[in-house]
Design a protein around this ligand. Structure first.
Ligand code: NAD
Length: 357
């Protein structure tokens, strides 16, 4: 199988690319604009494979997208390219509207034209898999409620509203034009190669540097955490076995309050890095409560029973095992995150990865 993977230099996209190259015989073409969130170093473990190719392009650029489709002739498209950080969507929504909505439209249109001219067999096998978020459902206030595939959309932030728009476009291209689509909505991911603006890597790296650990409000918000490698396996399961037109929710059954996540990271660091920065008695002393994010959703929790029942996928990591692996990865891969923190990952990439390899 030939996979066209948009956003493959990002956190989840790179995990998916590493999974496909390392665990299957399939080929991958990563199409990525390399925004601040794209990092070719996250693809270094597969860079030598002749089944991996990289193209730097913007999904909003229709001719560039068409060229990649025509040259590589993918069997499936897995669409992960997006602006993904809620705080950035509050500071500057324009890029979210452009990439998440206009970009998804541009990609859908190009894929439809490509799909229409395929021969019957390839046309039947083709899939457009759109990767989305549980944030499109808004938030939950009851303790036992869960998001299912039929929960009405009620997005709260510019980010989640733009993702909700893109989900609607994808379903419209299926209903109106017959494009064979699949949609997945997943909960908060965590794991290796996560950009340090997101909660878990931010807390690990701030704690190691003896900096404050900023927690929104009282840290009472609840998220359902999914280890990124479990997610990559789920995505591959859906694209190869999912039923056309269906939506699958993906979650890790790991509901945690933000403050408990931060406390767990502190406890792991106490065990793994007992020698603390000067002046720090306990990592948890660094916790500092900051003004809550506007429109902050209270609780997300996924009912993942459909993908488990119909496709046989279940997460392998519990939050405890996944968080330990994640902290250990950041301790063992300082070069990766130091290059992100000092910005050199962006300079280095200008000299490489511009070609189709
Ligand atoms: P990310 O921000 O780490 O990566 C996004 C990637 O998309 C980057 O490599 C970036 O360079 C690329 N990109 C951005 N704009 C582009 C454009 N116009 N053209 C081409 N490439 C572009 O994101 P992520 O966390 O890996 O998320 C991937 C997908 O999964 C997103 O669609 C996101 O909405 C969804 N999602 C993420 C989470 C999570 O917890 N991270 C949870 C649910 C859903």
């Amino acid at each position: 199988m030939k996979v066209l993977l948009t956003g493959g230099a990002g956190f989840i996209g790179s995990a998916l690319c590493r999974y496909i190259i390392q665990a299957t015989q399939d080929s991958v073409v990563v199409l990525d604009k390399l925004t601040y969130a794209g990092n070719l170093k996250s693809l270094a473990p597969v860079a030598a494979s002749d089944r991996y190719h990289f193209v730097q392009a913007d999904i909003c650029n229709a001719p560039a997208v068409q060229q990649v489709l025509n040259e590589f002739q993918p069997d499936v498209v897995m669409h992960l390219a997006a602006e993904s950080h809620v705080d950035r969507s509050i500071d500057g929504p324009a890029a979210f509207i452009q990439t998440n909505i206009v970009g998804t439209y541009t990609l859908l249109d190009a894929c439809r034209a490509y799909w229409l001219q395929l021969d019957t067999e390839k046309k039947q096998a083709f899939r457009f898999h759109h990767i989305s978020t549980d944030e499109v459902y808004g938030d939950l206030h009851g303790t036992y409620d869960l998001f299912t595939e039929t929960t009405p959309y009620e997005p709260s932030s510019p980010y989640s509203a733009s993702k909700a728009s893109s989900d609607h476009l994808v379903r419209a291209w299926h209903r109106t034009f017959g494009l064979p689509v699949l949609v997945t909505n997943c909960s908060n991911n965590y794991g290796p190669y996560h950009f340090p603006e997101k909660l878990i890597p931010l807390m690990i790296l701030n704690a190691l540097a003896g900096k404050p650990l900023p927690v929104y409000g009282k840290g009472e918000q609840i998220r359902d955490w999914l280890y990124v490698e479990d997610h990559a396996r789920a995505l591959y399961t859906v694209v190869t076995q999912g039923a056309v037109g269906q939506t699958y929710n993906i979650g890790g059954h790991n509901e945690k309050k933000n403050i408990d996540v931060v406390r767990s990271i502190c406890a792991l660091l106490e065990e793994l890095v007992p020698e603390k920065p000067a002046g720090v008695k306990q990592y948890s002393d660094l916790i500092s409560y900051v003004t809550d994010r506007p429109g902050h959703d209270f609780r997300y929790a996924i009912d993942a029973s459909k993908i488990e029942r119909e496709l046989g996928w279940t997460p392998e990591e519990s939050f405890d095992t996944g968080l330990r692996k994640t902290v250990q990865w950041y301790l063992q891969n300082k070069g990766w995150w130091q290059a992100v923190l000092n910005g050199s990952y962006q300079l280095e990439r200008l000299g490489q990865g511009m070609t189709n390899k």
